[in-house]
Design a protein around this ligand. Sequence first.
Ligand code: SAM
Ligand code: TMP
Ligand code: ZN
Length: 408
Amino acid sequence: MSQCRVCGASVTLFLDLGNQPLSDVFPAGTPGSEADEFFYRLRVGACTGCAMVQLLEEVPRERMFGDHYPYRSSGSAVMRRHFTALAKRLLALELSGRDDPFVVELGCNDGVMLRTLARAQIRHLGVEPSVRISQTAVECGVQVLNAYFDQETAVRISAEHGPADVIYAANTLCHIPYVTSVLDGVAELLTDDGVFVFEDPYLGDIVASTSFDQIYDEHFFLFSATTVARLAERHGLALVDVERLPVHGGELRYTLARAGKRRAGGAVAELVAEEAARGLHTPEALSVFATAVRRNAHDLVELLSRLRGEGRTIAAYGATAKSATVTNYCNIGPELVSVVYDTTPEKQGRVTPGTHIPVTPAAEFADPYPDYAVLFAWNHAAEIMTKETGFTDHGGRWITYVPEVRVL
Ligand code: SAM
Ligand code: TMP
Ligand code: ZN
């Protein structure tokens, strides 16, 4: 029995994705280099008290976000535009008119968002534990504190810089099992009329599109409007706005303010009602999702095995952290998918976690093109397909498994 990291009630398992490696640790691929891969059990459940969907086992944070951490936010042009637009919106709607405003970002990574605020000479601080990745942020003029944000870090920041008008986090809050300490920290650090804005993959989209690869070690929570509203309340905060985002396969942007300080817009009540109407957190809905996951996994292995049996060559595109869940749950190794193409230098020349498919620079995709390419980075499908039109012009076919297994 596991206890909810938000409210302490028991968590009921609805999907067991088996033993999994760390999703962002790519072994060197040399003999013996895989021997010390760390495995954990990937099981996901819903709280019987507050409904929060969460993993049953926590991977120690130092194993995930050390200096080996390879993820670079700026690797996608779409995401660069997304974060620039968000920074401009914060400037226009939250920061203008304030006297010497201060912005704190949790998980600023390579500074993809804060570089716009730095250029606008806004006082800011990016909190980022992965030192190596954060060096790029520093080179772009971003102020960085190399630390894990929690209540203690918030006290330190507040003492040194004063309160924050905006606290922002993208694809970071859902990574943090000690979310209650983070929210205590936010409540400590925020100005009286400040906002905490964060965006993360949305449970509603994950269930609707059977995107079970959104579940992995780093994605500890799968948030929804209902569960975030309850989480906020426990910390004297209120969910005052939600916005659907198309990025990363479907996310929600949440805005929290101190309780009573801002009127909640209609979007919150609307989405909470919609989640209730579709029974999003009910054991029945989560069990239907789990069945769909098993079907997709089965269909994918069947398709790849058939194509290989017919002598087709199959590669994959995007050595995403997400795909570790798929390859390890489905036991897809180099016999089925011979290579994964990816633009990240830190992943190239290595092998994928657990099932050890070689990772090769995306620039080599055409030499020669495979017959089929599985879109591991399906969340960047439009960007990748636009860039790689030569593949389909050449007769190549994309394979996806979201929302179902299909040859495109
Ligand atoms: N915000 C960027 C984006 O959306 O592309 C980066 C997201 S990345 C998936 C998650 C980031 O959170 C990593 O850079 C990781 O090192 C950082 N992180 C993990 N735990 C953290 C914590 N407690 N406080 C601040 N950052 C943290
Ligand atoms: P993400 O889904 O966590 O953002 O990871 C995307 C991965 O796909 C990352 O390793 C970079 C890679 N990638 C490419 O190789 N080419 C591309 O055009 C894009 C957008 C991503
Ligand atoms: Zn709970």
